[in-house]
Design a protein around this ligand. Structure first.
Ligand code: FAD
Length: 468
């Protein structure tokens, strides 16, 4: 039998690569992982984790405002961006250390340099070292798109840079309307920046439930975010320490920063994949089968580099399934049907399963249950923000096949509802579940009255007025 230096060489120590490496090592494999930037990958270093810390920071602004109606006098509040950045950096460094320690403890050797594929069973490191491996796993993630060339594109930042700006921008223009663009729009507005979102289309969050898309645009506008729909940035010009942003409708916007959040591209350029003949999709993602295997039998890929569902828990699951299947003797593959996800805007969105539009496109006959209410907290805080909830039920078997929420704690509710949906809960199961009162979540188990999408929603529904 051919001898290899290692059983598994993982390229990329992000969410998918770290999980795969640790599980494979646990199954007795000799594993090396190469990381060219920082262990932990996008999620830990410049994605989910620092972003959520920023979201927490921004939410204090609303909490301070809401507190007055409950009798509090909150005076002299002041936000200090450098403090947030320094504390965030400390936490990210701690997490990076913990990831490294866990890999060490699992017996995985971490090589802190870039690696590329040289042959179907050989990886070459930046220092020229060649390492042979029975299996190579590519878990290199993706990077932000910069879009088409335009004057001054180099003046724009992406999500990579926003986490380390020296100053909170007083004004920022963000191009894009996906979840990353909108989360930053929302949190920067919360921290006090004047935010303008420039978007080529006419609606936010493509792929989300239509009613949620509309509601979010209304809520963000109410919080002072400006939208330029049907527009794109034609050029960025440095002027007097600021940036003049030329919009294609001829308008000029002035801002301290311009952020491009127009999608991400898989990290496959220069990886040597063409040399060994690994198939890529048109946008450069690695094509894999259910087990993560590419068309080259010794090479697998997981996570964002395969551009399937680009979320951390999905990358982790794919890495785990790969390691169990290839090194643990117990093959399984990821179920992509019930993936809960949140958009950490203010208000927050939580969604799981099919949208109404997707379900109808599949020819299903649906019952739609929805409610739109002013949360109990808003009665004293005076906040105008409302909560909207929608359940999509398949008439065929009464199963809840989609849930879409916008309002406080939507993400937390969605995670638990996903458990029920994963085991095939029906609307009758939701109805049989005792309500927890007073909460927003209880609305999900007390929803009555089917709607077609165009029906108005009864006003009375609210946490404060339980159905009796
Ligand atoms: C701003 C932002 C916010 C996000 N928020 C969320 C969220 O709230 N929830 C969520 O689920 N997901 C979120 N995501 C997505 C999430 O971060 C990714 O889906 C996840 O990190 C993908 O994991 P991965 O292992 O595929 O790749 P990554 O985590 O990107 O890891 C890939 C690693 O490979 C390294 N690498 C690349 N090429 C090489 C090479 N040739 N040699 C050595 N190393 C290499 C990279 O440096 C990187 O560390 C967010 C992403 C961004 C950008």
């Amino acid at each position: 039998m051919q001898k290899f230096d290692v059983d598994l060489f993982v390229i990329g120590a992000g969410s998918g690569g770290v999980r795969a490496a640790r599980i494979a090592a646990g199954h007795g494999a000799k594993v090396k992982v190469a990381e060219e930037f920082r262990v932990g990958g996008t999620c830990v270093i410049r994605g989910c984790v620092p972003k959520k810390l920023f979201v927490y920071a921004a939410r204090f602004a609303h909490e301070f405002a809401d507190a007055a109606g409950f009798g509090w006098t909150v005076e002299g509040t002041r936000f200090d961006w450098p403090t947030l950045i320094a504390n965030k950096d400390k936490e990210i460094a701690r997490l990076e250390g913990a990831y490294g320690t866990n890999l060490d403890r699992s017996g995985v050797e971490v090589v802190r340099q870039r690696a590329v594929v040289e042959e179907p069973n050989v990886v070459r490191l930046a220092d020229g070292t060649r390492v042979s491996a029975r299996i190579i796993l590519i878990a290199t993630g993706g990077h932000p798109n910069l879009g088409l060339d335009m004057p001054g594109r180099e003046l724009a930042i992406t999500s990579n840079e926003i986490f380390n700006l020296a100053r909170l921008p007083e004004a920022i223009v963000i191009q894009g309307a996906g979840y990353i663009a909108l989360e930053f729009a929302s949190l920067l507005a919360g921290l006090g920046a004047k935010v303008t979102v420039v978007h080529r289309g006419d609606k936010l969050l493509r792929g989300f439930d239509e009613e949620i898309r509309t509601r979010l645009a209304e809520e963000l506008a109410q919080r002072g975010i400006d939208f330029a729909f049907g527009a794109s940035i034609d050029g960025i010009y440095a002027e007097g320490g600021r940036k003049r942003v030329r919009i294609n409708d001829g308008r000029d916007l002035f801002a301290d920063e311009v952020m491009l959040a127009i999608g991400r591209t898989p990290n496959t350029t220069g990886l040597g994949l063409d040399k060994v003949g690994v198939h890529l999709t048109e946008n450069g993602a690695i094509t894999v089968d259910d087990t993560g295997r590419t068309n080259v039998p010794s090479i697998y890929a997981v996570g964002d580099v395969t551009d399937r569902v680009n979320l951390t828990p999905v990358a982790i699951r794919e890495g785990h399934a790969f390691a169990d299947s290839v090194f643990g003797g117990s093959p399984w593959s990821v179920n992509y049907d019930v993936i809960p996800t949140a958009v950490f805007t203010e208000p927050e969105i939580g969604t799981v399963g099919l949208t109404e539009e997707q379900a109808r496109a599949q020819g299903r006959r649906l019952d739609i249950y929805k409610t739109d209410f002013r949360p109990l907290k808003a009665t004293l805080s005076g906040s105008q923000s409302r909560t909207f909830m929608k359940l999509i039920v398949d008439q065929k078997d009464d199963r809840v096949i989609g849930m879409h929420l916008i309002g406080e704690a939507a993400g937390e509710m969605t995670q638990l509802a996903a458990v029920a949906m994963n085991v095939g809960a029906t609307k009758a199961d939701f109805d049989r579940t005792m309500a927890l009162h007073p909460s927003s979540a209880e609305e999900l188990v007390t929803l009555r009255g089917r709607h077609s999408s165009s029906d108005p929603i009864p006003e009375a529904s609210a946490e404060a007025t339980p159905a009796i």
